[in-house]
Write a protein that binds this ligand. Structure first.
Ligand code: UD2
Ligand code: MN
Length: 531
C-alpha cells in the first residue's frame, strides 16, 4: 500500500501557482478561439474601465443561435468590395452603453473588413455627454489598426431630431455602395453580410432585411427567430408579422419576397435609397418610416426580400425605451400622436382612395394637423411612374386585399352622437364618445354577416334576447346567433328578426324594427360598397 506522498510547503505552493496559471491560460485560449464578446462582458461597464471589462471576458458563455448549417457550408458569389461595400448607419437616443457596444463589437468582428466601408453613428441628443468621445477612444484601443482603415463618422444632434431625420442625415453622408440601417441594440451574427450582398448583386433595385433573432430584454440572451414570417401591415398602418407559406421545393432558408421589411433593419443601394427621396422627411421622431419606404419601393419599381441566411439579433421591447417629445393634442399620448401623424402622411401620400380605410379605423387621425402638402410625393410618383396603391394590393400583399374584400363596412359604429364601444377591461358593451383614442373599430364581415371587433369578438344575441360579445363563432350554431342583416342603417338579427336598438341612449336592447327609429340607426365610418 502506498502512503500518501507528503510535499514540502514551498513545493505545494509552486504546484498551486502553476495550476492557477494553467487555468487562466486555458480561459484566455478559449476566449481568443471563440473570438466573440459576450454582451454580459459589457453590461453597464463604463468604457474607460477596460481592464474591468477584460476580467468579465472570462465569464464568456456562448448562447448564440447559429446560422443554419446549409447557409454556413455554402460559399457566396460576391461582387468585389469596391462595387459593394457597406456604410452602416446607427441612430440612437439614450441607448445603454453596453448595448451600443454589443452592436458595434459584433459588427466589427463579424463583417469582412474589406466590405465594411464605414460606420456612421448618430447620437440623437442623448444625455450621456461623453459617450461619443469615449466610444472613439475605446474603439481605437480595442480595434487598433483596423480603425485606420474603417471610416468612422460620429455625429451628435445637440437637439433631438428623431430617428428618421438622423438616419437620413447619416445616409446623406455615406459613401459606401450600400447603406444598412441598424438599431442600436443589436448583435449581428456570423456571416450576416454575405447572403445579403449576394441577393443585392442580382437586382440593384432590391432592398433586403436579415432574419431578426429576438434578444431577450431581461436576460439579454440570443434566441432563434422564425423563418416563416413576412413583414406586413394592417389598414391602421401598424406593422405585423404575416405567415409565410412555403412553395413546393422551397426551403425555409431561401430568400423570400416580403410586403414590408423585417421592422426597420434593412439594406439597399445608397443611390437607389436617395433616388427614392430617402425616408420621408415629413415623418417625425419615430415610426412608420420603414412601412413608407416599403410601399414606395414596391410601387416605384423595387422589391423587398427577407434573407434568412443572414441573421441579426435585436432586443424587442414591449414599451419604448425613451420618451416622446410633448405634442399638442391633450387626449392622445405624445407617442400615439407622433405615430398617427406619421401614419396620416403615409395614407395621404400613398394609399389613394384606400386612405378612407385608414381614416375609418383611425378616425382621430383626421384631427391631427399636418403642416405641409403632398406635392413632393406626388412629383416623385409621377417622375418615377410609380404604380397606384391598388397594384400593391393586387401583387404584393394579398393579405391586405383579403382584409379589405371580406368586409362590407368597417370603423366606428355611431348611434346619434355616441359610438358602440367594447370596453377593453371587461369587454362590456357601452355607448361612448366617438373620439376615445381606443374607440372600438367594428368589422362587418361580408359572407357570414358577423359584426366583429379587431380582437375577434362578435356581437350576438343570446339567452332572453341579451346582447353579448363572444368569440366569433366558426360553427353553424354560433354563427347563426351572430348573423346580422342590414336594412339601410338598421341591424336586423337574422335568427330573432329583431333590431339592434338604443332607446335609452345608454344601453343596447333588441326590439321590433321600426324603419324611422333614430335609436335603431347605426352608421359605420366606412361603407365599402358605397360608390
Ligand atoms: C422598429 C424598428 C426601427 C424603426 C422603428 C420605427 C425593428 C427591429 N426596429 O422599432 O428600426 O423602424 O420601428 O421608426 O423593427 N432613436 C433615435 N431617436 C429617437 C428615437 C429612437 O435615434 O428619437 C433610435 C433608437 O435609439 C433605436 C432606433 O432609433 O436605435 C429604433 O428605435 P427603437 O429600437 O425604439 O424602435 P423599435 O425597435 O421598437
Ligand atoms: Mn429597436
Amino acid at each position: 500500500m502506498f502512503a500518501p506522498r507528503k510535499y514540502s510547503r514551498p513545493r505545494r505552493c509552486i504546484f498551486y501557482i502553476l495550476a492557477f496559471v494553467i487555468c487562466q491560460l486555458f480561459f484566455v485560449f478559449l476566449f481568443i478561439r471563440n473570438g466573440s464578446y459576450d454582451n454580459k462582458a459589457f453590461s453597464h461597464q463604463p468604457l474607460h474601465h477596460e481592464s474591468e471589462s477584460r476580467k468579465h471576458f472570462l465569464e464568456y458563455r456562448e448562447f448564440i443561435s447559429k446560422t443554419p448549417q446549409s447557409c454556413t457550408t455554402r460559399s457566396y458569389n460576391l461582387p468585389p468590395p469596391w462595387q459593394s461595400d457597406v456604410s452602416v448607419v446607427i441612430s440612437f437616443h439614450n441607448e445603454a452603453r453596453s448595448m451600443l457596444l454589443r452592436t458595434i463589437v459584433s459588427l466589427l468582428r463579424r463583417t469582412p473588413e474589406e466590405y465594411l466601408h464605414e460606420l456612421i453613428l448618430v447620437d440623437d441628443g442623448s444625455q450621456d455627454v461623453t459617450l461619443l468621445d469615449d466610444l472613439r477612444r475605446w474603439m481605437e484601443e480595442v480595434f487598433g489598426g483596423r480603425m485606420d482603415r474603417l471610416g468612422l463618422i460620429l455625429l451628435k444632434n445637440q437637439k433631438r431630431m428623431g430617428l428618421i431625420w438622423s438616419r437620413n442625415k447619416g445616409a446623406s453622408l455615406a459613401e459606401g455602395h450600400y447603406v444598412l440601417f441598424l438599431d442600436s441594440h443589436c448583435e449581428v451574427n456570423d456571416g450576416w453580410l454575405e447572403p445579403l450582398l449576394e441577393r443585392l448583386e442580382l437586382n440593384p433595385q432590391l432592398a433586403v432585411s436579415p432574419l431578426l433573432d429576438p434578444i431577450d430584454p431581461t436576460t439579454l440572451s440570443y434566441r432563434k427567430g422564425n423563418e416563416l414570417l413576412k413583414g406586413g401591415f394592417d389598414w391602421s398602418l401598424h406593422f405585423h408579422w404575416l405567415k409565410r407559406q412555403l412553395a413546393k421545393k422551397e426551403l425555409p432558408e431561401m430568400a423570400y419576397k416580403s410586403p414590408a421589411f423585417a421592422g426597420g433593419i434593412l439594406m439597399m443601394s445608397r443611390e437607389w435609397f436617395l433616388q427614392l427621396g430617402s425616408f420621408n422627411s415629413q415623418l417625425k421622431i419615430w415610426g412608420g418610416e420603414s412601412i413608407e419606404l416599403a410601399i414606395k419601393l414596391w410601387l416605384c419599381g423595387g422589391q423587398i426580400e427577407i434573407v434568412p441566411c443572414s441573421r441579426i439579433g435585436h432586443i424587442f421591447r414591449r414599451l419604448h425605451a425613451f420618451d416622446f417629445p410633448p405634442q399638442l393634442d391633450q387626449q392622445l399620448s405624445p407617442a400615439q400622436e407622433t405615430y398617427l401623424h406619421n401614419s396620416k402622411i403615409i395614407a395621404e401620400s400613398w394609399l389613394d382612395e384606400y386612405k378612407n380605410m385608414f381614416y375609418a379605423l383611425r378616425p382621430v387621425a383626421r384631427r391631427i394637423p399636418l403642416d405641409h402638402t403632398y406635392d413632393e410625393m406626388q412629383r416623385l410618383r409621377r417622375e418615377r411612374q410609380c404604380q397606384p396603391f391598388e397594384w400593391y394590393l393586387r401583387h404584393v400583399s394579398p393579405e391586405l386585399r383579403i382584409h379589405f374584400d371580406e368586409l362590407s363596412a368597417t370603423g366606428t359604429l355611431r348611434n346619434e352622437d355616441r359610438c358602440l364601444h367594447a370596453r377593453q377591461s371587461d369587454s362590456q358593451l357601452i355607448l361612448a364618445s366617438c373620439y376615445l383614442s381606443d374607440i372600438t373599430q367594428w368589422r362587418m364581415l361580408r359572407t357570414s354577416g358577423q359584426l366583429s371587433t379587431q380582437r375577434e369578438l362578435c356581437l350576438g344575441v343570446g339567452h332572453r334576447m341579451g346582447i353579448t360579445l363572444q368569440p366569433c363563432g366558426r360553427n353553424e350554431t354560433t354563427r347563426n346567433s351572430q348573423r346580422w342583416l342590414r336594412l339601410g342603417t338598421h341591424f336586423l338579427h337574422a335568427e330573432t328578426h329583431l333590431c339592434l336598438d338604443n332607446p335609452l341612449k345608454e344601453r343596447l336592447e333588441m326590439s321590433t324594427c321600426r324603419s324611422h327609429a333614430v335609436s335603431q340607426s347605426f352608421q359605420f365610418a366606412l361603407e365599402m360598397d358605397a360608390s
